[in-house]
Design a protein around this ligand. Structure first.
Ligand code: PEP
Length: 252
């Protein structure tokens, strides 16, 4: 049985003071009966250290929103996996559509980051998903297959088991228009069968595949109870403790 995993991608929101407020809120609502659901928060880099201190002993895990594929050096503005681990991160989001769109990240670049994250003991949350135009052209399967294959190049099965894949249709991110549970399940099943072909049915059955794109308390339950949907990557709705925890509850 795959554990449900709900991750909050704060994006470029919340300064240090607001971080304290939001983490305190999430902590106070994450009651013991919810502990079967894994909860990860991914604040911006400047808030990671404070978030790590506040989360100690709560069972809530910490992730970053990006990293570079080297541990140190002349890479102005970048942050390494070594630095993320030192501030308590266990997870890192890689290849979010906003990074693909605004910072021109490619599958090859995302793959380098994913391999480095795994080598350094971080769990990558690798994002894939089609644009509206691609969906309308009926090439969703092709696009997602190319992204998954490209992002997982040269990652052996024993490491792929640890990876989290987030299927995030770009047209659903931040738009308020989520994929229907049926649309999401169809692509999740495609990803799982691709993993089965690329690796084995056993490996495929162990990989967590999250859905992301306008997940809210009102639509979470239906999405999270599809057979191949193992959790959610949540943007807008994770910025309020009560709506984030309502999504966690929907995963039970
Ligand atoms: C995201 O940014 O990963 C995301 C899913 O955002 P939202 O929930 O706001 O659509």
């Amino acid at each position: 049985m795959r554990q449900k995993i709900i991750a909050g991608n704060w994006k470029m929101n919340k300064d240090i003071n607001e971080t304290v407020e939001l983490i305190d809120g999430v902590k106070s609502l994450y009651s013991t009966n919810l502990h079967s659901v894994k909860v990860i928060v991914c604040p911006p880099f400047p808030s990671l250290n404070v978030a790590n201190e506040l989360l100690r002993g709560t069972g809530i895990e910490l992730g970053a929103q990006n990293m570079y594929h080297e541990n140190e050096g002349a890479y102005t503005g970048e942050v390494s996996p070594k630095m993320l681990k030192a501030v308590g991160c266990r997870y890192v989001i890689i290849g979010h559509s906003e990074r693909r769109q605004y910072f021109k990240e490619t599958d090859d670049f995302i793959n380098r980051k994913a391999r480095k994250a795994l080598t350094e003991g971080l769990i990558p949350i690798i994002c894939v998903g089609e644009t509206l135009q691609e969906r309308e052209q009926n090439i969703t399967h092709q696009v997602v297959t190319t992204q998954v294959e490209g992002c997982l190049q040269n990652i052996p099965g024993e490491n792929v088991e640890k990876v989290i894949i987030a299927y995030e249709p770009v047209w659903a991110i931040g738009t308020g228009k989520n994929a229907t549970p049926e649309q999401a399940q169809e692509v999740h099943a495609l990803i799982r069968s691709l993993l089965s072909k690329l690796y084995s049915p056993d490996v495929a059955s162990k990989v967590t595949i999250q859905y992301g794109g306008s997940v809210k308390p009102e639509n979470a339950k239906d999405l999270l109870h599809q057979p191949d949907i193992d959790g959610a990557l949540v943007g807008g709705a994770c910025l309020k403790a009560d709506s984030f925890i309502a999504i966690v509850k929907a995963a039970l």
